[in-house]
Design a protein around this ligand. Structure first.
Ligand SMILES: [Zn+2]
Length: 62
């Protein structure tokens, strides 16, 4: 759904930290997650967590 990739090539292995999660069952979760990621800056972006069926906001480790 929403055409999000299941995995992210922008994040090296162990290279990012999950900072927030939004249930994929709520149609408003993706825009919320996107806004959350945009507000955090520093390369933060959204992943789809298939095992948890949720969107997660990740921040690359510095
Ligand atoms: Zn990523």
């Amino acid at each position: 759904m929403f055409g999000r990739p299941k995995s992210c090539t922008a994040c090296p292995e162990r290279g990012s930290e999950t900072v927030a999660g939004y249930s994929a069952g709520d149609s408003r979760s993706l825009p919320r997650a996107d806004q959350d990621a945009a507000g955090r800056g520093d390369g933060s972006h959204v992943h789809y967590d298939q095992s948890g069926d949720r969107y997660v906001v990740v921040t690359p480790r510095q």
